[in-house]
Design a protein around this ligand. Structure first.
Ligand SMILES: Cc1cc2nc3c(=O)[nH]c(=O)nc-3n(C[C@H](O)[C@H](O)[C@H](O)COP(=O)(O)OP(=O)(O)OC[C@H]3O[C@@H](n4cnc5c(N)ncnc54)[C@H](O)[C@@H]3O)c2cc1C
Length: 384
C-alpha cells in the first residue's frame, strides 16, 4: 500500500509476463521502520526533507519490550505502534534487493530516491540444529503475541539462549507466573556473555531466586515440539529460541562482512556506493577505536541519526559528518521490578537492581517515543 503524495513519477515497463513499475520517491527512502529507521526519519524531517519508510509490517515494533510482553509482565499494547506518524509516507512492502539509490520490492515495484537508508535489522540465527523449526522465535510483535499465548497454555518453557533476550524473557515469565517451570540453556559458562561477569552473576541470582533452572555449558542436541534435548537429556516444555541474531544483508545484494553485516564507511554510507547508507543491526558499526559495537537499540538509534543527517547532506551537496558511535551501557528489565544495568563500564549491584533498571528502561523507551513522535508519543507510552 502506498499512501500520500510523496511518490512522484510513475514509469511502467513490461518484463516478460510481469509488469515492473518504477516509482521515484521524493526525499529520503528508508527501508525498515525499527529503531534505526525511525530515528533516521526524524533527522530527515527535522531538516525539512521528506522521509518515506518501507516496511512489510507497517508498524514500529518496540523490540526492547518484546520479552516483557511475551513473558506477561507488560501489556500487549507495549509491543508496537503504527509507523504512519513516524514518516511523511509509509510503503507497506518488503525489500528484496537494493542497488545504489534503488530498492526492489517483493511486488515487482522498484522505488528510486535521491538517497536510500537501509535499516532492515537482523533475524534470529538458525544453526543446523535438528528440529529448530519447532522453537518459537522472539523478534517481532507477532512473535511476542504468539509466544505469550503459547506460554499461557504451557506449564513449562525451555529457553535456548542466556543472553539479553533469554534472560529478560525468563525473568518476565517467572515474575508473572511462578507456577510455570522455566529453564534457560546456554552453551557458554555464564549468562549475559555480552555484558560484565558481575551482571551475569546478578542475572543468575535473580533468576534462581525465582526458581528458574539454568543449564550452562550445554549445547542443544535436538529440539522437538515437546522439549529440548541437551547432553542426551530431554527437558520437557515449550521450546523458545533466543540464541542470537544475525544480519542477512547479502540476501539484498549489499556488500557484507563474514557475519552478513553491511560494510559501511565512516559516514555510514554503503562501501563504494554514493547514495545509500546502512544503519542499525544490519550494518557493521565500530567505535572510534575500531572496536565492533554490539547489536543494540542504542547503537541503532545513534547510527540512524547519523545516516539521516548525512542523507540530507548528500541532497544538499554538503560534506558528510563522520559517525562517532559509542556503547553507553545496558539496561535489562527482568520483570517484577528488578533488572540489570551497566552504565559505561560500571555494573550496578544490589540494592540498585531493584526498581532502578526497570525505571531506567521505561525512561529510555519514553525518550525514544517522544523524540520520534513528539508529545503524541506519550499516548503510546509503554503501559498506556
Ligand atoms: C527480545 C529482545 C530484547 C532486546 N532488548 C534490548 C535492550 O533491552 N536494549 C538494547 O539496546 N537492545 C535490545 N535488543 C536489541 C535491539 O532491539 C536491536 O538491536 C534493535 O531493534 C536494532 O534496531 P534496528 O532498527 O537495526 O532493527 P529493528 O528494530 O529490528 O527494525 C528492523 C525493521 O526492518 C524491517 N524489515 C526487515 N526486513 C525488511 C525488508 N526486507 N524490507 C523492509 N523492511 C524490513 C522490520 O519489519 C523492522 O521493522 C533486544 C532485542 C530483542 C530481540
Amino acid at each position: 500500500m502506498v499512501t500520500g503524495g510523496a511518490l512522484v513519477g510513475v514509469l511502467t515497463k513490461h518484463w516478460d509476463t510481469r509488469v515492473m513499475t518504477t516509482r521515484a520517491v521524493d526525499g529520503v527512502l528508508i527501508v525498515g521502520g525499527g529503531y534505526a529507521g525511525v530515528h533516521a526519519a526524524r533527522m530527515v524531517r527535522r531538516a525539512g526533507r521528506c522521509a518515506t519508510i518501507v516496511d512489510p509490517t507497517g508498524r514500529h515494533d518496540f523490540v526492547t519490550r518484546l520479552a516483557s510482553v511475551a513473558g506477561g509482565s507488560a501489556p500487549v499494547s507495549d509491543a508496537a505502534t503504527p509507523l504512519s506518524s513516524f514518516a511523511d509516507d509509509v510503503v507497506v512492502a518488503e525489500m528484496t534487493q537494493v542497488r545504489d539509490g534503488e530498492v526492489d520490492l517483493a511486488d515487482g515495484t522498484t522505488l528510486t530516491a535521491d538517497v536510500v537508508i537501509v535499516t532492515a535489522g537482523a533475524v534470529p540465527i538458525a544453526p543446523a540444529v535438528v528440529g529448530i523449526e519447532h522453537a518459537a522465535p522472539l523478534r517481532t510483535e507477532d512473535d511476542a503475541i504468539a509466544l505469550r499465548r503459547k506460554i499461557d497454555s504451557n506449564d513449562s518453557v525451555v529457553i535456548v539462549g542466556g543472553g539479553a533476550t533469554g534472560v529478560q524473557l525468563a525473568g518476565a515469565i517467572a515474575a508473572t507466573d511462578p507456577t510455570t517451570t522455566v529453564t534457560v540453556i546456554d552453551g557458554s559458562d555464564r549468562l549475559l556473555a555480552g555484558m560484565s561477569a558481575a551482571s551475569g552473576r546478578d542475572a543468575m541470582r535473580i533468576l534462581r531466586e525465582r526458581g528458574v533452572a539454568i543449564r550452562l555449558g550445554s549445547d542443544v542436541d535436538e529440539i522437538s515440539r515437546f522439549g529440548v534435548t541437551v547432553d542426551g537429556e530431554t527437558i520437557a516444555g515449550l521450546p523458545v529460541w533466543a540464541a542470537g541474531f544475525e544480519a542477512r544483508a547479502d540476501d539484498f545484494g549489499l556488500p557484507v562482512d563474514d557475519a552478513g553485516r553491511v560494510l559501511v564507511d565512516r559516514f555510514l554510507r554503503v562501501e563504494r556506493w554514493t547514495n545509500t547508507f546502512a544503519a542499525g543491526d544490519i550494518a557493521l558499526h565500530t567505535a572510534s577505536n575500531g572496536d565492533e559495537l554490539p547489536m543494540s537499540a542504542q547503537i541503532a538509534v545513534q547510527a540512524g541519526e547519523v545516516a539521516g543527517r548525512n542523507a540530507v547532506r548528500v541532497m544538499r551537496g554538503d560534506t558528510l559528518d563522520r559517525a562517532r558511535l559509542g556503547h553507553r551501557g545496558w539496561v535489562l528489565d527482568l520483570g517484577g521490578n528488578r533488572g540489570i544495568a551497566e552504565v559505561g563500564p560500571v555494573a550496578l549491584t544490589a540494592p540498585f537492581l531493584d526498581l532502578f533498571p526497570p525505571a531506567l528502561h521505561w525512561g529510555i523507551d519514553m525518550k525514544h517515543l517522544i523524540e520520534t513522535r513528539g508529545l503524541a508519543g506519550i499516548a503510546d507510552r509503554p503501559g498506556a
